[in-house]
Design a protein around this ligand. Structure first.
Ligand code: ADP
Ligand code: MG
Ligand code: MG
Length: 873
């Protein structure tokens, strides 16, 4: 016979899967000798049985009867007894806490007869009827599905009629009337009378709680929090204690530490003369638990002692429910308390200081993702509450920003130069918009996904970003954006929340983020335990500066293309592209060389002894050319070619699939002098620094490689250029030339490619794009549906697709290391900063990840967690 029912005295905290979190902790607290009203738990196995048959099995009913019998003995009261009735609560409780998602019913066992008995036994008629009306409302709602409003309305009506301030003013007579009217509601529902027999109430309540696992809000909560559908809920049956029996009674919730700040001080709320959920439901405004300290100090001390006991025992901050019945304290629930990211960090550090946790355990207590909230400015919460959400897009880059709207990079730049705070709002962005993006507080687009250009750049710069806000109509011609009837003109103020994706009309104050002492301690520890290196993707000295503040190990990826989009460089680049011969290219290339070497010099100088990996030019050439007629006219004049010639050239560079076209090392094969120029720029900077006494080991990365032969050809181009530059110098420079692994073919042939590579670095954005065949700039139109319909578990551009893309990566790692056992292997795509992906990279033996500056602390913590878990297993 399976044991389907456990007394609180039988269970313990390790039985969460079977007894649910609430049941396991009620048992544990009983074991600790804390004052817990007694009861028993129906297991999740019983729930699974019920879900299959929609019946409470005979076996279960028998065990429930026996447990009720025992509860009668310990309590000295009897369920269904009319002289001395036992009243109970029936409470849901899954293995993973889902606060408020499922149902609970209090005061079961009351009926028309026992309510009078209770009144007499307690000499408190008001209390008895107050309890009964609560049962009627909860049972009606949970079991019969009658809307709560129906019951609330009756209470509200009486209170208004009689001019009462709160439900405490309701008299016994009022409550009796309420009870009559509540029963009336039952009669008008299709379910019929309220069941008078306590046993019927109990069984119906148990069934309802089992069924509440499947109610809509619970399902949504599970989906949001990635909780498995298979867990099921346990049911706890517990003797009632009453916080609503007079002024020396009450109910409350308490956190053993402050959940907002982490301060080590009991924090909580208390409601005198109230029951159960009144505190949470906001029926009346509760008082701080501090009132207990002045009014009934011994109770406060007791609560304080209990809090301490529980923290020592669970070794974490606890969230408690308690009830005081005629001056006696009872505990009804304990669980690990939810907390803000700032509090999570402080508590983890403090618990190590207090000797309760090891550093490793503390590191595992903080969710890496939550750190982003500590690194960006936030909206003033009070002001935000006063603003209605205009529309919501994808939360592409966290942070809070407020500013005036501009629709082009140029007008944004101009407004910023004039001292305005600017928000760039566009349908989408392209590399040309970079200058406008740099000056913007936030970037908003109406199209595109989480890895669209706007999203990647915003994250990279640490600017707030919301993309794919599809309700937003951006009309460049009219210089307007609109959401339905609401029109936003150029220069209007809006506020953007990159953490939620919400847009608001008008300005909202922000408070800047500071890296607090606790956070830096935690990150210090993380560094101690992480094995993966954490580098940054940085395209400008400004990005790199930011990443250095966040303690990046170096630069894992510098994309050189952004350096070409400043106006004077763009001009030279256009001259390179439009030249007919290599000779004609030489002159503009020499200008670019000058400018690039200055960029590299600055980055190497900032980096000091940290490593820097520079990737050579990647984008297709047509991205550098003008598109509309006016611009073509202007550029033609600038460069001294005819409009016809320019137009023809632009046409000839057009590709139907630029992403799969003439880019990356394909450019090197057709225009070798561009990469040669870049290598020259790198080496010029390196030699200049060497003269100044700084040793630099340049790492040069080749994008888009497919094969060993191709890599070999480009590698030779690079090494010949370096050899040429060192020929008449009396020094050696340690450099490496590596492959960006982003083509499936390169992964499959990694043992060959490795022969020509000093390192690999996975470009997971392109690799994902090519493995799925998803154009990453166009996924916005279908990806959300795939995720909503459960066809994709997550956006593979954000969290590595372990089964497909991950398998290719694993293959590339293993095959690459067949050729070179010590081959350094990095990951520099978007997923390089994603905690779940980092866990996978640790497992397959990646050497380092590289991510945008603001993800560096997140990745560091995730890397430490991955290594701690990996070594624990
Ligand atoms: P939730 O999971 O939504 O918090 P609970 O099962 O914890 O639901 O119960 C809701 C409220 O009822 C809580 O405030 C709890 O303390 C209170 N409560 C539950 N059982 C009892 C009981 N036996 N005696 C007094 N109050 C109870
Ligand atoms: Mg609770
Ligand atoms: Mg790429």
């Amino acid at each position: 016979m399976t044991q389907l029912v456990y007394n609180f005295a039988e269970g313990n905290m390790n039985m969460r899967d079977l007894l649910g979190g609430k049941g396991a902790n009620l048992a544990e607290m009983t074991r600790l000798g804390l004052p817990v009203p007694q009861g028993f738990t129906l297991t999740t196995t019983a729930c699974h049985d019920y879900q299959e048959t929609h019946q409470l099995s005979a076996e279960l009913l028998q065990q429930v009867d026996r447990a009720l019998e025992q509860l009668s003995e310990t309590s000295g009261k009897r369920f269904e007894d009319e002289q001395n009735p036992l009243l109970i609560s029936v409470r849901s409780g899954a293995a993973i806490s889902m606060p408020g998602m499922m149902d609970t019913i209090l005061n079961i066992g009351l009926n028309d007869k026992t309510v009078a008995v209770l009144a007499k036994l307690t000499a408190n008629e008001r209390f008895a009827y107050d309890s009964y009306r609560r049962l009627l409302a909860m049972f009606g709602n949970v079991v019969y599905g009658i809307a709560e409003d129906a019951f609330d309305q009756i209470l509200t009506d009486i209170k208004t009629q009689k001019g009462y301030q709160s439900d405490l003013d309701l008299t016994t007579e009022d409550l009796k009337t309420v009870v009559v009217e509540f029963k009336q509601i039952y009669r008008h529902s299709d379910q019929g009378e309220f069941p008078q027999k306590p046993k019927d109430q109990l069984l119906a309540a148990i069934r309802a709680v089992f069924e509440s696992w499947d109610n809509q809000r619970a399902r949504i909560y599970r989906r949001e929090n990635q909780i498995s559908e298979d867990l099921g809920t346990a049911v706890n049956v517990q003797e009632m204690v009453f916080g609503n029996a007079g002024a020396d009674c009450g109910t409350g919730v308490a956190f053993t530490r402050n959940p907002a700040t982490g301060e080590n001080k009991l924090f909580g709320e208390y409601l005198q003369n109230a029951q159960g959920e009144d505190v949470v439901a906001g029926i009346r405004t509760p008082q701080s638990v501090e009132v207990l300290a002045t009014e009934v100090p011994q109770l406060y001390d007791q609560l304080h002692t209990i809090a301490h006991t529980l923290e020592q025992h669970y070794r974490d901050m606890q969230d408690l429910e308690f009830t005081i019945e005629h001056g006696k304290m009872f505990l009804l629930q304990a669980r690990d308390g939810k907390r803000t990211p700032a509090a999570a960090v402080k508590i983890a550090i403090d618990l190590v200081d207090e000797g309760l946790l090891s550093k490793q355990e503390a590191i595992l207590k903080v969710k890496p993702e939550s750190l982003t909230a500590l690194l960006h400015p936030e909206f003033d919460s009070q002001m935000m509450a006063e603003h209605a959400v205009l529309t919501t897009g994808l939360p592409a880059s966290p942070g809070a920003a407020t500013g005036q709207v501009y629709f082009t990079a140029a007008t944004a730049k101009q407004a910023s130069d004039e001292g305005h705070r600017v928000i760039l709002v566009r349908q989408d962005t392209s590399p040309e918009d970079i200058e406008g993006m740099i000056v913007s507080q936030a970037i908003v687009t109406s199209r595109g996904g989480m890895t669209s250009h706007a999203a990647v750049v915003a994250r990279g710069m640490g600017a707030t970003g919301v993309v794919g806000a599809s309700e937003l109509n951006v009309n460049y011609a009219k210089k307007q954006a609109s959401v339905g009837e609401q029109v936003i003109e150029e220069g209007d103020w809006i506020s953007v929340d990159g953490t939620t994706g919400n847009l608001y009309l008008g300005p909202i104050e922000t408070t800047p983020a500071t890296i607090k002492g606790d956070l830096s301690i935690l990150l210090e520890w993380a560094k101690e335990f992480a094995k993966l290196g954490v580098y940054t993707n940085a395209d400008t000295p400004r990005d790199f500066q930011k990443a250095l503040e966040f303690d990046a190990d170096g630069i894992g990826l510098t994309r050189t293309e952004h350096m070409f989009f400043k106006p004077e460089r763009l001009l030279q680049m256009r001259r390179v592209i439009l030249a007919k011969t290599a000779d004609q290219r030489a002159e503009p290339l020499s200008h670019l060389l000058e400018m690039q070497q200055a960029d590299f010099y600055e980055i190497y100088k900032l980096a000091g002894d940290k490593e820097v990996t520079i990737r050579l030019l990647d984008p297709p050439l047509h991205e550098f050319l003008p598109h509309d007629a006016a611009e073509i006219q202007e550029v033609a004049t600038q460069i001294g070619v005819s409009v016809d010639y320019l137009t023809t050239r632009i046409d000839s560079l057009k590709e139907s699939n630029p992403m799969l076209g003439h880019r990356g090392d394909r450019l090197a094969v057709t225009f070798p002098d561009i990469y040669q120029m870049q290598v020259k720029a790198i080496m010029t900077a390196v030699l200049r620094l060497s003269d100044e006494g700084q040793i630099v080991h340049p790492h040069i990365m080749i994008p888009l490689t497919d094969s060993q032969a191709e890599m070999g050809w480009v590698r030779k181009l690079v090494t010949d250029q370096i050899a040429e530059m060192l020929a008449d110098r009396d020094i050696t420079v340690d450099y490496t030339v590596g492959t960006m692994m982003e083509m499936p073919r390169a992964c499959v042939t990694a043992n060959q490619v490795a022969k020509e590579s000093d390192f690999f670095s996975f470009g997971t954005n392109d690799l994902t794009q090519l493995t799925f065949g998803y154009s990453r700039d166009d996924v916005g139109s279908f990806m959300p549906e795939y995720i909503k319909k459960g066809i994709l578990p997550a956006d593979p551009f954000q969290t590595v697709d372990v089964e497909g893309v991950g398998e290719l990566m694993k293959m590339a790692v293993n095959r690459g290391r067949l050729t070179k056992p010590d081959l350094p292997i990095g990951v520099c795509g978007e997923v390089g900063g994603d905690p779940a992906s980092i866990n996978f990279f640790e497992q397959i033996g990646v050497t380092y990840v590289s991510c945008s500056p603001f993800r560096v602390p997140v990745a560091r913590l995730a890397a430490a967690q991955a290594h701690i878990l990996q070594t624990a297993n």
